[in-house]
Design a protein around this ligand. Structure first.
Ligand code: ADP
Ligand code: ADP
Length: 224
């Protein structure tokens, strides 16, 4: 089943064209890597797919709903309820403990503190960072922090997780560990992932690979 489809996306920032006819489709539970050189339009494509950026032209449909037809409020509600996000760094709230960070999306969804925190504990354990629950993000290692960020993205059971260079700030050993735990968790829950990366080793974890170059996208045929 196709979950998310983007067609003929165009986006410019002033005189700078970022996307000139890019597209991508992703099925339920599928993991798609977006590769390409720096400045090629990968993040812009991800932001359009996730309804964070409005394309100048082209459409993004999520489960047959045109994101462009939704009000800003409806679009942010969709992001909150259906999508999860993992960025390179800095997405955790520094004043909250790791446990509170993971519980936060559930608290915002209206869960009682006790229920939110017990699910957050499970989420931290699944990413093997239960031991940092009481620490603030600044007191954890980079790899632990990214595992907490992944736990937070997964805790609402989203249909799609958008990950922009989630291991970009980590050394390759820690990056690999985070990626293995991340993708193990999404495979178990059937969550689709749109994963921006420039590392072939990270892209190798995906089911499909799309390359963005000069604002255009193309599916990569894989051997085997
Ligand atoms: P990538 O993720 O592949 O590195 P981006 O999508 O971030 O590429 O950027 C594509 C192009 O659009 C680049 O030239 C970048 O500088 C430009 N760009 C992206 N976001 C903005 C923005 N908010 N304002 C101005 N230019 C931007
Ligand atoms: P990435 O490393 O994933 O390509 P960037 O560092 O390019 O991310 O972009 C981070 C944020 O800054 C994004 O929200 C992007 O839209 C914005 N951005 C990127 N390039 C520019 C630019 N030239 N001017 C202003 N904002 C930009």
């Amino acid at each position: 089943m196709t979950l998310l489809v983007a067609e003929d996306l165009h986006k410019a920032f002033g005189p700078t064209p970022a996307l000139v006819g890019a597209g991508l489709s992703i099925g339920a539970g599928e993991i798609v890597a977006i590769m390409g050189p720096s400045g090629s339009g990968k993040s812009t494509l991800l932001h359009c797919l996730a309804g964070i950026l409005r394309p100048d032209r082209g459409t993004v449909r999520y489960q047959d709903v045109d994101l462009g037809s939704l009000s800003d409020g409806k679009r942010s509600e969709l992001r909150r309820t259906e999508f999860g996000f993992v960025f390179q760094f800095g997405q955790l709230v520094p004043e909250l403990t790791c446990l509170e960070n993971v519980a936060l999306p559930l608290r915002l969804a209206g869960l009682k503190r006790r229920d939110a925190e017990s699910r957050a504990v499970e989420g931290l354990a699944r990413l093997e960072v239960a031991d940092v629950a009481g620490k603030r993000p600044g007191e954890t290692s980079g790899g632990q922090g990214q595992r907490v960020a992944v736990a937070r993205a997964l805790v609402t059971s989203p249909k799609v997780i958008f990950a922009d260079e989630p291991t970009g700030a980590l050394d390759s050993l820690n990056g690999e560990r985070v990626m293995t735990l991340f993708l193990g968790a999404v495979r178990a829950s059937g969550t689709a992932v749109v994963l921006v990366t420039h590392e072939p080793r990270v892209a190798a974890y995906a089911d499909r690979e799309v390359v963005v170059r000069d604002g255009r996208s193309r599916e990569v045929e894989r051997a085997g």
